[in-house]
Design a protein around this ligand. Structure first.
Ligand code: 13P
Length: 365
């Protein structure tokens, strides 16, 4: 292993305000997203969709790296050019998802453990020979009644650290993704608490396994209230004439601008508690947030904190970059150009968010 190469690649993935494009949906996940839009779920449609993504003109202006899935890394463009060559020629660093999915965890109802360590050393060597320069492993942590358990957090953190060690041994930068899910009615404070605990455990394990922190990227969730968290009520004093009244106001967390700032604040505060300064970059997953909100939240973090943080705050979105393009494409050749324009636009919005220059007028244009 040449640790200088790993450190250089990790830095390259987060420099120039670019970010990662996650296009590593497993076949079942990709098929599910196709099925919702009535797109046939075949190897050829998955290939055609991924060709649409990687041939988007100018994508490399905003995207530093693309995360592929095993099927995709072996595929070619219609003209026979291997995807991995097309990506590299576009100035984008190819990477690969190497976990084989989150499975039910024995003895821990409602919790998952990510698998894929068996045979990983050989798979990493093969991917490296094919031209991949980084790898990704996703652990999933659910919040609910009595969960996450320490057992689940510890087992997932240890698997992430073992994967990271094997990746660095093979000369690949590990993207370490412990995702605290948005599902549930929990508050933003609970998300903060769980995310902090998970990140502390992950870095504890990464340290124990001797990971070169300068040669990795962290891919966490943002700190957000659960999807079904009820809106909080604020009680305000209102004066009418001489009379003071107490008014209960519903704070619609998903809508108001101060919510964006609150989540940006909470996320950065949480990361500062748990992520060592040696890590070059933090590239968020989008986790099912609406595209524009994901950009706005990343933007708010960079506007408020960029100059004061030890690491770059970047993105590694799948849905929050791809979704509009997929909806436009609908599996039809005639829609490819329009879909590529939508993809380019979202990549540009997130690049702007890294610079603290994103605003909603970009969407209207
Ligand atoms: P989302 O941005 O859609 O959450 O996907 C990111 C990812 O890579 C999940 O592993």
């Amino acid at each position: 292993m040449n640790s200088e190469d790993i450190v250089d690649t990790a830095r390259m993935l987060v420099t120039n305000d670019k970010g990662l494009l996650a296009m590593d949906e497993s076949n079942p996940t990709c098929n599910k997203r196709f099925a919702k839009l009535g797109i046939p779920q075949t190897e050829e449609t998955r290939r055609a969709y991924r060709e649409l993504i990687i041939t988007t003109p100018g994508l490399g202006e905003f995207i530093s790296g693309a995360i592929l899935y095993d099927e995709t890394i072996h595929q070619q463009k219609k003209n026979g050019t291997p995807f991995i060559k097309a990506i590299t020629d576009a100035g984008i660093i190819p990477g690969i998802k190497v976990d084989i999915g989150a499975k039910d965890m024995a003895g821990h109802p409602g919790e998952k453990i990510t698998e894929g360590l068996d045979g990983l050393r050989n798979r990493l060597t093969d991917y490296s020979k094919m031209g991949a320069r980084f790898a990704k492993w996703r652990a999933v942590i659910a919040i609910g009644k009595g969960i996450p358990s320490r057992g689940c957090i510890e087992a997932n953190a240890q698997a992430l650290a073992r994967y990271a060690a094997l990746s660095q041994e093979a000369g690949l930068v590990p993207i370490v993704e412990p995702e605290v899910l948005m599902d549930g009615g929990h508050s933003i404070d609970r998300c903060f608490e769980v995310t902090e605990e998970v990140l502390r455990m992950v870095f504890n394990q990464l340290y124990t396994q001797g990971i070169i922190l300068e040669g990795m990227i962290l891919k966490p969730n943002m700190v957000l209230p659960g999807l079904t968290c009820p809106p909080t009520e604020k009680v305000s004093e209102v004066a009418v004439g001489e009379q003071q009244y107490q008014v209960r106001l519903i704070d619609r967390q998903q809508e108001d601008a101060s919510e964006v700032e609150r989540t940006a604040d909470a996320t950065v505060r949480c990361l500062l508690q748990a992520v060592p300064a040696a890590v070059p970059g933090i590239a968020f997953l989008s986790g099912g947030q609406p595209c524009e909100l994901a950009s706005a939240r990343l933007n708010a973090m960079n506007v408020r904190f960029k100059s004061r943080l030890p690491w770059e705050l970047a993105f590694s979105f799948a849905r929050a970059i791809q979704q509009p393009a997929l909806e436009i494409w609908q599996g039809k050749e005639a829609n490819v150009l329009a879909a590529q324009q939508a993809l380019y636009h979202r990549a540009k919005c997130n690049w702007a968010a890294r610079r603290g220059e994103y605003n909603t007028s970009m969407e209207r244009k």
